[in-house]
Unconditional design. Structure first.
Length: 482
């Protein structure tokens, strides 16, 4: 199986896809799948694998796409890497999609067109590599043209799977890029890559792929609606028989409170009282009042419209008056960074904000907070709510996407049957969020209820092996008929 990705942690990561692209192939490898990861040869990867062996020279594919070569290396997990070496496209300062100033690379269509085209080539008998996959697993828009390239190439090929990690990002470019990408004129049609007069990588992938997946069952349903389909709901409804929601996993070794080196005190449910030591350490490190009897709310998030943090910021003064404390870590849109920083200045000792990202602090917030807050407008999967459950930090979440699939609302019935793990609200409004946090704080003050919630959450299985088995079943369902 060939896993194609534009990101691969720790060398290139802009969001959760980088983590998924390292963890899922690793889990598949442990299950005995012969998996290889195809990834662009960004500068950090080139530096990390200077001695990577060249296994294939790739001819100039036409249009204005550059030629390249494939180099092979091996990740620490044992998974072989196929590094797409094209310095002209990938060895640049900045991130996978943007320069150091946050501006999109103007040739992104070429950079990821090449990645998609090489993935398609490797899926056929014409592959220049000494290995041909049975299944090509593509991820998000930068790889989504691979099924289209394979379709127009004709002939026998591997089955294709496309996982949508976030439908909002679609890889939309002007129509003249069709020729630059080496796609035939007939591809620019409603039954192809055309999307409202432009070319869409993602639309082409959704149309031509054999199998479709997304990162949670609820998100799979949501994206088939006009409201949450970002213009692609109709196509996804047509392809619904091919669409499955498979919940992402988490790295249970890196996110384990019993062994986490980032914590002030390690703990598990049998030693849950040590969690309080992390709360005190977190409060001290961020200048909050060290008060055990005041609930501490935690947020680790990208600061964007998607995450609903404007709603949280609006009710922050009321949270402080509960009383409660609030700590936020993240970066993103300037207006949200400024709003978060302003709250910390307005409520010293009650609100703390760190703009940027700090791995150690992210782990300490998960362990030190009493309650974790995720009021997302939409959330394809989400990882932090799963980290929170594992760390005995019951989350407050909006009922959307993967949040709805991973958090069971605390009420008398769910407490009685042992399924309650957190607090769920539905309407994205300050009053609804405040009410959910109020319910959480009331439960926090009841030691027996809170211990039950913590025990239920910490017992959940969010391992990647669970997800990998579901993907194996999907691969087999597509490959077996061939």
């Amino acid at each position: 199986m060939l896993f194609v990705t534009p990101e691969l942690a720790p060398w290139m990561k802009s969001g959760g896809l980088g983590d998924v692209s390292m963890a899922l192939p690793g889990a598949l490898h442990r299950l005995g799948v012969d998996v290889r990861v195809l990834v662009p040869g960004y500068s950090p990867l080139a530096a990390a694998f200077e001695r990577a062996k060249t296994v294939a020279e790739l001819p100039h594919p036409g249009g204005v796409l550059a030629g390249a070569r494939l180099r092979t290396a091996r990740a620490a997990s044992g998974v072989p890497l196929l590094i797409l070496d094209c310095p002209e496209y990938y060895r640049r300062p900045g991130g996978a999609y943007q320069d150091a100033r946050g501006r999109d690379w103007p040739d992104n269509h070429l950079r990821f067109g090449l990645l998609s085209r090489v993935a398609a080539l490797l899926s056929t008998a014409a592959t220049p590599a000494p290995w041909q996959p049975h299944v090509v697993h593509c991820n998000d828009w930068p790889t989504a043209l691979a099924p289209a390239y394979a379709h127009y190439a004709g002939g026998a090929r591997a089955a294709t799977v496309l996982t949508v990690h976030n439908l909002a990002f679609q890889g939309i470019f002007p129509p003249h890029t069709l020729a630059e990408l080496g796609l035939p004129p007939q591809a620019f049609a409603i039954d192809g890559v055309e999307y409202y007069g432009k070319l869409s990588f993602l639309k082409g992938g959704l149309f031509f792929t054999d199998g479709l997946a997304t990162v949670s069952p609820t998100y799979a349903r949501e994206i088939q609606t006009d409201e949450s389909g970002f213009g692609l709901g109709g196509l996804l409804r047509v392809r619904s028989a091919r669409l499955i929601g498979i919940l992402n996993g988490i790295d249970t070794a890196a996110w384990n409170p019993a062994t986490d080196a980032h914590l002030a005190a390690r703990y598990d449910f049998a030693r849950i009282e040590k969690k309080a030591l992390n709360k005190a350490a977190l409060q001290r490190s961020l200048g909050l009042a060290v008060e055990a009897e005041v609930p501490l709310l935690g947020v680790v998030s990208r600061l964007t419209e998607q995450k609903g943090l404007d709603v949280l910021a609006a009710i922050a003064p009321m949270l402080v008056r509960l009383p409660a404390q609030l700590v936020m870590l993240g970066s993103g849109e300037k207006r949200f960074e400024q709003a978060v920083a302003a709250l910390a200045r307005q409520f010293p000792g009650g609100v703390a904000a760190v703009i940027g990202f700090d791995e150690r602090l992210a782990h300490l917030i998960e362990a030190g907070a009493d309650i974790f807050v995720m009021p997302s407008r939409y959330e394809p999967c989400g990882l932090n709510q799963m980290y929170s459950l594992r760390y005995g930090t019951p989350p407050v979440v909006r009922a959307t996407g993967g949040l709805a699939d991973t958090v069971i609302d605390c009420n008398p019935a769910s407490l009685a049957d042992g399924s309650a793990t957190g607090f769920v609200f539905h309407e994205l409004a300050g009053a609804a969020l405040l009410a959910a946090i109020g319910r959480a704080v009331s439960a926090w003050r009841d030691r027996s209820v809170w211990r039950a919630l913590q025990k239920n959450g910490m017992a959940q299985d969010f391992s990647w092996e669970r997800s990998a088995r579901q993907y194996c079943a999907l691969y087999e369902s597509l490959f077996a008929p061939r």
